[in-house]
Design a protein around this ligand. Structure first.
Ligand SMILES: NC(=O)c1ccc[n+]([C@@H]2O[C@H](COP(=O)([O-])OP(=O)(O)OC[C@H]3O[C@@H](n4cnc5c(N)ncnc54)[C@H](O)[C@@H]3O)[C@@H](O)[C@H]2O)c1
Ligand SMILES: O=C(O)[C@H](O)CO
Length: 341
């Protein structure tokens, strides 16, 4: 039986056969409407992150949970989930907030939303590279404060990105989309990845492979972090590795904050040992080192890499497809298995 589109949760008429789906955050309207059409869905009225207790409560009676990056689904949380919970259909590509291994051990599948976030996040990576190297926020601040004295030969000089070496850490979907864009800007593409790309892909991207991350980091003008946060990538850019960077190099991160040691980065930016940084994601969520905010050579964004209207609807469509496929008795197309991490 299909529930009326847009009906309030309480007014829905549902067959007991419909999957019970609980969503932890507000999603774009078309996605919520379609969820209502297809499933016995519980949606949120407000849009604040759930407390751990509320998250556990929401996992008690549903078959499927739709969480986001703001929900930490640890082993302890999974241990208190209801027996009905069989699928965690994450709204987002990154799944580092979910203990995928424990979920698997408990027979709970995990899916995510890769691919549809690729182009938007790569755009934002380029935007950060340009913003930091060409001092766009400083220029904007000057205009907004009314302090601009007019053009001058030595004013607001940044660095040219054409011809510069870009080192991509994590050459997956987003990393490769960054490479395509950066090539168009005349940058030289270098990368380190868990596995080397196929030669034809490498050639198409005109990318140079570095087996040694240390050696790549030491030679790049710009480092772009595009690998997931996993136990193996936590603080991959630690103090020792950040010190290998050239003093005139910059680093951008649109992946996950945990890949960079935020305090070490802040110290080195302040000391002028790294020329600049562009960050969309942070090691401790919103709890950003206040010293990072004070630096003029740093551009900070509020985790908005995938934030386009189109992308956020497509992420919802992926969630719907994963749940529907599971409901039809098949393997969700975007299943995440521990071996992938
Ligand atoms: N800022 C945002 O809004 C936003 C949006 C989407 C995705 N993301 C983040 O970006 C990450 C990457 O997304 P994707 O779609 O490109 O993923 P992907 O799986 O396609 O690519 C990740 C790449 O990182 C590589 N990698 C993994 N571990 C590595 C290691 N130890 N050393 C070197 N390389 C390693 C993998 O081999 C893979 O090629 C996501 O996991 C997510 O955390 C952020
Ligand atoms: O991983 C992603 O898709 C974004 O960072 C939101 O979680």
């Amino acid at each position: 039986m299909t529930a009326p589109i847009g009906a309030s949760e309480g007014a829905l008429t549902m067959s007991s056969k419909r999957l019970s789906v609980t969503v932890t955050r507000r999603l774009p309207d078309p996605v919520e409407i379609r969820l209502r059409e297809l499933f016995d869905v519980t949606l949120r009225d407000d849009d604040t992150p759930l407390s751990e207790a509320a998250l556990i409560e929401s996992m008690q009676t549903c078959d499927v949970l739709v969480p986001t990056v703001t929900d930490t689904i640890s082993a302890a949380v999974l241990g208190q989930a209801g027996a009905r919970l069989k699928l965690i259909a994450n709204y987002g590509a990154g799944v580092d907030h979910i203990d995928v291994q424990t979920a698997r051990q408990r027979g709970i599948l995990v899916s995510n939303t890769p691919g549809v976030v690729t182009e938007d996040t790569a755009d934002m990576t380029m935007a950060l590279i340009l913003a930091v190297t060409r001092r766009i926020p400083e220029g904007l601040a000057q205009m907004q404060s009314g302090d601009w004295d007019g053009w001058a030969p030595t004013a607001m000089m940044g660095g040219r990105i054409a011809g510069r070496r870009l080192g991509i850490l994590g050459m997956g979907r987003i990393g490769q989309a960054v490479a395509r864009r950066a090539r168009a800007f005349g940058m030289q593409i270098h990368y380190n990845n868990r596995r080397r790309l196929r030669l034809e892909t490498e050639e198409a991207l005109e990318a140079t492979w570095w087996d040694s991350l240390d050696q790549m980091v030491a030679r790049m003008d710009v480092i772009s972090v595009n690998c997931p946060h996993t136990p193996a990538t936590f603080h991959l850019m630690n103090a020792r590795r950040l010190k290998l960077m050239k003093p005139d190099a910059v680093i951008v991160n649109t992946a996950r904050g945990e890949v960079i040691d935020q305090n070490a980065l802040t110290r080195m930016l302040r000391a002028g040992e790294i020329a600049g940084a562009g960050l969309d994601v942070y090691e401790h969520g919103q709890d950003i080192n206040p010293r990072l905010r004070e630096l003029s050579n740093v551009v900070l964004l509020p985790h908005m890499g995938s934030a386009t209207r189109e992308g956020r609807i497509e992420m919802g469509e992926k969630v719907l497809l994963n749940i529907k496929t599971f409901d039809d008795g098949h393997r969700p197309p975007d299943l995440v298995v521990p071996a992938m991490l």
